[in-house]
Ligand binder design. Structure first.
Ligand SMILES: [Zn+2]
Length: 172
């Protein structure tokens, strides 16, 4: 089964970032106008997400469209997750939010030493990099904070709720 991919309009970029956080393909482009976004969504078989209830009357018709009446981004996210039955666990924090591509696990952490603060390097064992922009990621406290904010329960591999993540393993 092909996984649902999304195009978000200019008003929904926060929602798009949240979708990337759970590992889904969400595109946006603040440099182009709405009709160009719709054309790209149609060409790439993406669901066009918008708050514009008049979307089909004003623009080329999106082949797949979902209109949100909710304006609060976290609630929008929860609505989309429910509507499209997205799996918020499977690929959580596996993508670069900026580039919409999957992260790569750093095999030799020595290589990223120069790119992170010494305290972070000392505390965290596992790092990831974005193959496109080169940003280094680690699963710090922001992971738990973001999950809490989005209403995502982090599960361990055995399906039970996980209060301590696999990483990091603090040294101190
Ligand atoms: Zn990136």
């Amino acid at each position: 089964m092909i996984e649902t991919q999304f195009m978000v309009d200019h008003m929904l970029i926060r929602l798009g970032k949240y979708l990337r956080i759970i590992g889904y393909d969400a595109a946006w482009d603040s440099q182009v106008r709405t009709h160009a976004l719709i054309a790209r969504a149609n060409a790439e078989n993406r669901v066009f997400l918008t708050c514009n209830t008049h979307i089909t009357g004003q623009y080329p018709r999106p082949e797949k469209v979902f209109v949100l009446r909710e304006t609060e981004p976290v609630k929008q996210f929860q609505i989309v997750v429910t509507e499209f039955r997205l799996d918020s666990q499977k690929k959580l924090f596996s993508k670069c939010i900026r580039c919409n591509v999957f992260l790569e696990k750093v095999s030799d952490r020595e290589k990223i030493r120069a790119f992170v603060h010494p305290n972070v390097y000392a505390r965290f064992k596992v790092f990831f990099t974005c193959p496109r922009c080169g940003t280094v990621f680690w699963k710090g406290t922001h992971v738990a904070n973001t999950c809490r904010k989005l209403g995502i329960t982090m599960m361990s591999a055995h399906g039970s709720e996980c209060s301590v993540f696999e990483y990091p393993t603090p040294n101190s």
